[in-house]
Design a protein around this ligand. Structure first.
Ligand SMILES: Cc1cc2nc3c(=O)[nH]c(=O)nc-3n(C[C@H](O)[C@H](O)[C@H](O)COP(=O)(O)OP(=O)(O)OC[C@H]3O[C@@H](n4cnc5c(N)ncnc54)[C@H](O)[C@@H]3O)c2cc1C
Length: 429
């Protein structure tokens, strides 16, 4: 149990010590979320971050942190103090024997690659991009694919943060209750300054891309999940679906009803002369294989069902697209993530199948997303916190058995709700 010391007053100057702007508009990557905070503050060190939070507390302003802005849900918005964490970046230490790495909160995922590799280490898994800041990725339980691999959050071992009293607090494995709350906190426990992640020995990945028809995907459903370190696919409703996500379609065949299917498995190679950049059969350091590059904006909804329901749930979405939403042409992405114990993790206690629906900005996709939400209800879906969703407090009460424990910890860390905005207050206030 963490002991929180309550400061009698919150010391500090009447303006923040870090560079700040007033009334600067913030917009996310997808262009569907924006805010005009009273102050946008970019701390360059821990003391400047502390000064900024204490300034906000004294002035009665709420605080939200911005990572790389890759969430499309209203997580970052605030009319108070927006903390731009990009100036607090860098790997601060690695421990080969303990297989762990420490980094400042604003370190982007791609900054881990070379530095960990030089130490014989690597992140155990990654998602489709590596532009997110590590604290941003942790806040929403960002994940890759692989039935034996957990999300980034499941690998959080320790965090140093500023709580709602304006105090610096450390949470490690000896405070399991607080750690499980911090692992997925949507920015509501406080401002993360530095984190420690469990990492793994470095490894090479062999990529294999195939384009199976749906019947083939179904016939090898479980064996593909079980026998590949990373297995995922993007099912294409139409021939041109792949191109919408900058993915090459199958040469010489229509992609309609087929899947762009990825399998990544560990490869032992004698030396780096064996590295291959052949499209669809790349062989390289793991951190170079995972990330794709998306050049065009999109908006996403991503729901998680129990693995045992995965196939039926995906087929329900295919039926929905065919019968009611033929205008939706983006691929449906399907991935797998191992269960974990973080209280607000989408994977808490559930090995999960991930279903991602992508839509085009500027089109009216709300009815489609609402229909997806309705069709998946029978599977008790959870939602990606960083993507568009329809979660409410009453749904959380049904879906997250440890919600009350999370809320207790949140109130201990931030009783006045300094770190809440409208969106997170409705869910977790
Ligand atoms: C093109 C694209 C591809 C994606 N691919 C994947 C994928 O493969 N897998 C997946 O799971 N998700 C994926 N996502 C979603 C993305 O990983 C999450 O939305 C993630 O949270 C974004 O991180 P960020 O650094 O951009 O944080 P932001 O979106 O800026 O912020 C996210 C949350 O983190 C909080 N936060 C940020 N920094 C701190 C801090 N220092 N202290 C406390 N709280 C903080 C913010 O307040 C906010 O609540 C993708 C999104 C896009 C746009």
């Amino acid at each position: 149990m963490t002991t929180l010391k309550h400061l009698p007053g919150v010391p500090g100057a009447s303006t923040p010590s870090a560079p700040f702007k007033t009334e600067a508009t913030w917009t996310n990557w997808g262009g569907n979320q924006s805010a005009t905070p009273a102050f946008t503050i970019r701390p360059r060190n821990e003391q400047e971050a502390l000064d900024a939070v204490r300034f906000a507390i004294r002035e009665g302003l709420p605080v939200r942190a911005a990572g790389s802005g890759h969430s499309s849900s209203p997580l970052v918005q605030t009319g108070g103090v927006l903390m731009d964490m990009s100036g607090l970046a860098g790997i601060t230490g690695t421990d080969r024997a303990a297989r762990s790495a420490r980094a400042l909160a604003g370190t982007t995922i791609n900054a881990f690659g070379d530095t960990l590799w030089e130490q014989g280490l690597a992140l155990s898994n990654q998602g489709d991009i590596d532009k997110q800041q590590i604290a941003g990725a942790l806040a929403t339980s960002t994940h890759g694919s692989g039935k034996d691999l957990g999300s980034f959050s499941s690998n959080l071992r320790w965090v140093k943060l500023i709580n709602g009293y304006g105090e610096i607090v450390e949470v490690g494995e000896s405070q399991l209750r607080e750690l499980r709350a911090a692992q997925v906190a949507l920015g509501t426990l406080g401002l993360f300054l530095e984190v420690e992640l469990a990492v793994t020995d470095r490894y090479y990945l062999q990529e294999q891309i195939t384009y199976p028809a749906w019947e083939e995907t179904v016939s090898s459903w479980q064996s593909d999940i079980d026998s590949n370190r990373h297995y995922s696919f993007l099912w294409c409703p139409e021939d041109g679906s792949c191109e919408l996500l900058d993915l090459p379609g199958a040469p010489g065949m229509s992609m309609a009803g087929r899947s762009y299917t990825k399998r990544y498995n560990i490869a032992e190679i004698p030396d780096e002369n064996s590295i291959s950049a052949v499209e669809g059969a790349r062989l390289d350091r793991a951190y170079r294989i995972y990330p794709g590059g998306f050049t065009t904006q999109f908006h996403e909804l991503e729901y998680f069902v129990r693995s045992e329901d995965g196939l039926v749930a995906v087929e329900a979405i295919q039926d929905l697209i065919r019968s009611k939403h033929p205008e939706q042409k983006y691929p449906v992405e399907v991935r797998w993530v191992k269960a974990d114990e973080a209280y607000m993790s989408q994977f808490q206690g559930r090995d999960s199948t991930v279903i991602t629906l992508t839509t085009q900005p500027g089109t009216d996709y709300w009815q489609f997303f609402r229909d997806v939400d309705a069709v998946l209800q029978e599977f008790e879906p959870r939602a990606h916190w960083g993507k568009i969703h329809f979660m409410t407090r009453s749904r959380l009460e049904r879906l997250y058995p440890e919600l009350d424990t999370f809320l207790q910890v949140r109130r201990e860390f931030d009783p006045r709700g300094i770190f809440l905005n409208d969106h997170t207050r409705a869910l977790l206030g």
